[in-house]
Design a protein around this ligand. Structure first.
Ligand SMILES: Cc1cc2nc3c(=O)[nH]c(=O)nc-3n(C[C@H](O)[C@H](O)[C@H](O)COP(=O)(O)OP(=O)(O)OC[C@H]3O[C@@H](n4cnc5c(N)ncnc54)[C@H](O)[C@@H]3O)c2cc1C
Length: 428
């Protein structure tokens, strides 16, 4: 009999973990509380447009963990590479090339030639691990030694990769680890044709093709334990027993499920950390508005717009266009309910760069508090481990867990890590 694994949560972490195990002969059951799979990576069809709940940009695609899923379990990914020559910064009085490549660095007006050299040197030091940061020192403070324009550009770049308007709070060792990987890539950003939906469907097919079982509308509410093992979990009416359990659900859900066990206190700690949240404003246009940009970052307001349909033609009706704008939020702005102001700012940025959009509006979707990452990497906030010493048959994965990169890369890498442990355990 093959080993039985129950995976709780059908987001990117849960589906990728389940697909890898099913492909390797495990008897896998996925339990998802929503009617639809995908979690925060769902695609919402509206009036002929497919709005992805979040962007589907993958950073450093040649080093991305999705490449491993492609080669190992035959995940289907239709990569669409970002056009760096169409990525611009709006500095208020002028727009200029984003220094995403050497060519972009050469052409950008943000830095003068002396600082371009300094910036290139900083990239070299990061890639060769001469710069590693310092535990306990945030990157804003660590970069004080740099000339102001170089420090500013490094923080601006970090803003967009970490989806934050407080990039100075990123721990400096994490910053350098992240950019060591990103600067050494040939493909800094890529999109996925068909959006997240295509990845979700591909994982689902791998699970089902290998005899895995997916149960939707099944909210897990509790856990049964003997001294140190989880023996079963409880759905609405069913009890699910297994040899191993992978929880791919956020800490606030874990807290409820493990309530009144000795693990309650552990999960409570992770629920106290704040998430990375943003305002998302997607517009579907009946007719394209031609523009020199497929990505424009309004530096002063920290708002960016991506022409998603330039990369993913499946998300619009013929001749249409889908633009996604994202404005970052920090804790203070959320506490002071600044979301409506962000919506107005985004509309003004659309007016500036895509004039006429209001007349061509076919559909729109606004989300005033979308969670990009469950635990924000800043200050003393910590990501959750994927495994605990005292729970041998239980694992955790998701973008709140320790892994490589940020955002969905954390979901995929933590899922890959736990499935490697389970596979290794079977071999041993
Ligand atoms: C606006 C926005 C933009 C983004 N842009 C990018 C981007 O460009 N690049 C990138 O890499 N990432 C991006 N992300 C982040 C990415 O979407 C997430 O990191 C990823 O989808 C998280 O997947 P997950 O499986 O870790 O968590 P989730 O998606 O949160 O999945 C958890 C799942 O568990 C289910 N669940 C919860 N509780 C229970 C329970 N008790 N029982 C059963 N099921 C339960 C939930 O319904 C959900 O399906 C973006 C996110 C947003 C919101």
């Amino acid at each position: 009999m093959s080993e039985k694994v129950v995976v709780v949560g059908g987001g990117l972490a849960g589906l990728s973990a389940a697909a890898r195990l099913a492909h390797n002969g495990y008897n896998v059951t996925v339990l998802e509380k929503s009617p639809k799979l995908g979690g925060r990576a769902i695609t919402i069809p509206l009036k002929g447009y497919n709005f992805n709940f979040g962007a589907h940009a993958i950073y450093a695609r040649d080093k991305s963990i999705l490449r491993k899923f492609e080669s190992e379990i035959d995940l289907q990914v239709d990569w669409k590479d970002f056009s760096p020559e169409k990525a611009f910064y709006d500095m208020g009085s002028y727009t200029t090339r984003m220094p995403a490549t050497l060519d972009g660095l050469y052409k950008t007006k943000i830095l003068d030639s002396q600082n371009k050299f300094r910036f290139a040197y900083e990239i070299f030091k990061t890639m060769s691990a001469i710069e590693r940061g310092e535990e306990g020192v945030p990157i804003g403070e660590y970069l004080q030694k740099e000339p102001e324009p170089v420090r500013d550009i490094l923080l601006t770049v970090a803003s967009s990769n970490f989806f934050t308007n407080e990039p100075e709070k990123i721990p400096s060792p994490l910053f350098f680890r992240y950019y060591r990987r990103l600067f050494s890539t040939q493909r800094a950003v890529a999109y996925i044709g068909g959006g997240w939906q295509s990845i979700v469907e591909s994982f689902q097919q791998i699970i089902e093709k290998n005899g895995g079982n997916i149960v939707t509308k099944e909210k897990v509410t509790g856990v049964e334990m003997d001294q140190s093992h989880v023996t079963a979990i409880f759905g609405k009416e069913e009890k699910y027993e297994a040899d191993q359990f992978i929880f791919c659900i956020p800490p606030k859900e874990l807290l409820q499920i493990f309530a009144e066990t000795s693990y309650e206190k552990i999960f409570e700690r992770y629920t106290s950390f704040s998430p990375t949240q943003v305002v998302v404003y997607d517009i579907g246009l009946s007719e394209r508005i031609e523009s020199p940009y497929t990505y424009i970052y309004q530096k002063a307001q920290r708002v960016f717009i991506t022409d998603i349909s330039h990369y993913d033609t499946t998300c619009v009706p013929a001749g249409g266009q889908l633009l996604q704008a994202i404005a970052y939020l920090n804790d203070e702005e959320i506490a002071n309910k600044k979301q409506d102001e962000k919506v107005e700012t985004i509309e003004a940025v659309y007016d500036k760069h895509f004039p006429g959009w209001r007349d061509r509006l076919g559909a729109k979707r606004v989300s005033k508090r979308a969670t990009v990452q469950e635990i924000k990497c800043k200050d003393e906030q910590m990501l959750m481990p994927t495994k605990m010493y005292s729970l041998p048959n239980t694992y955790f994965a998701g973008d709140w867990c320790q892994g490589e990169g940020q955002l969905s890369e954390l979901s995929f890498t933590s899922a890959y890590d736990v499935t490697s442990r389970i596979l290794k355990g079977s071999i041993d």
